[in-house]
Ligand binder design. Structure first.
Ligand code: ZN
Length: 304
């Protein structure tokens, strides 16, 4: 399905997928996973490099700066001397203001090692990956600075979190910020203009039903657009489950203090749910248990 000098590495939910390219003795990696799982990332990247006869990893390109896409940047750069890091041009302010709430790191109880970037890509710019020309396309919405990469010749779209097979990365409630939802709508319109035979998404397997995916993602966006509370519930549930998955869990008794301390829970509860810390903690835990993402074992929350 893919040219020989291109490699897709599918990860689990916690780390975004990787795409790698080989051009002679030089390789490029798109997105570097969640930092907690750098050992897996390093192993998978090494396996791809050795499959190509050990080209040097010269470049990491990030589609956007969420923790599950940038977590291996610093570690990989340490391992591969001379490897540069390229980020979307519009992500620079957030990287300068590292760990601001919008980046959803500390604010959402996620971690990423800070890194220095060497280069930027602008929307519309053509990037050479594996000897082919790929166009960088701005896909604001889920992340306002994010880029996807499109090859008209190969009819392949590397869609990051702008489009998955049945949905797309979350957008915040309109009461928090109305801009991302409108931007995501425009992003779907822009993507619909492309002639795509194969999508390599940021999460989940590759897929070919491009128009079907756009339709499903659009419908889901519009369904949520009418109901801010539903978006808010989805965001806090998703963030909580994500944190429990990478942490492994925590004592049940610690949860009220946790939701009071972690920004996304504290702020969303104050704005949307208006419960006591204990009430919100109970509700959140119940939702995660009902979704079969955590269970309670000996008074501890355990990731399933
Ligand atoms: Zn994302």
């Amino acid at each position: 399905m893919l040219p020989e000098n291109m490699c897709f590495i599918e990860r689990d939910w916690l780390s975004a997928n990787h795409v790698m390219f080989c051009d002679g003795d030089s390789a490029t990696l798109i997105d570097s996973g969640y930092g907690k799982f750098n050992d897996v990332t390093i192993e998978k990247v090494d396996a791809a490099l050795s499959g190509w006869g050990h080209p040097s990893l010269d470049r990491i390109v990030n589609t956007h700066i969420h923790s599950d896409h940038i977590g291996g940047n610093a570690a990989l750069q340490r391992l591969h001397a001379g490897c540069s890091i390229t980020v979307p041009v519009d992500e620079q302010p957030a990287l300068v203001n590292w760990d601001a709430p919008e980046q959803m790191l500390t604010y959402a109880d996620q971690e990423a090692e800070r890194f220095a970037w060497d280069d930027v890509i602008e929307p519309g710019q053509t990037v050479s990956l594996g000897g082919e020309s790929w166009q960088a396309i701005a896909t604001p919405g889920h992340d306002m600075g994010s880029l996807v990469f499109y090859s008209a010749k190969l009819r392949i779209l590397i869609s990051a979190d702008a489009l998955w097979e049945t949905s797309s990365g979350f957008v915040p409630p309109q009461a928090i910020d109305p801009e991302p939802l409108a931007a995501q709508r425009a992003t779907f319109k822009r993507l619909a203009e492309l002639d795509v035979a194969l999508v390599i998404p940021g999460h989940g397997p590759m897929f070919t039903d491009y128009s079907g995916a756009l339709k499903r993602a659009n419908e889901k966006l519009e369904l949520f657009a009418t109901d801010d509370l539903r978006i808010a519930k989805n965001v806090v549930k998703g963030m909580f489950i994500y944190s429990m998955m990478w942490r492994g869990g925590m004592p049940v008794v610690d949860l009220p203090a946790y939701v009071a301390r972690i920004g996304v829970h504290r702020d969303y509860n104050a704005q949307f749910f208006k419960m006591s810390d204990e009430g919100y903690a109970d509700w959140l835990l119940g939702e995660a248990v009902r979704a079969s993402k955590v269970r309670i074992e000996n008074d501890a929350i355990v990731s399933v």
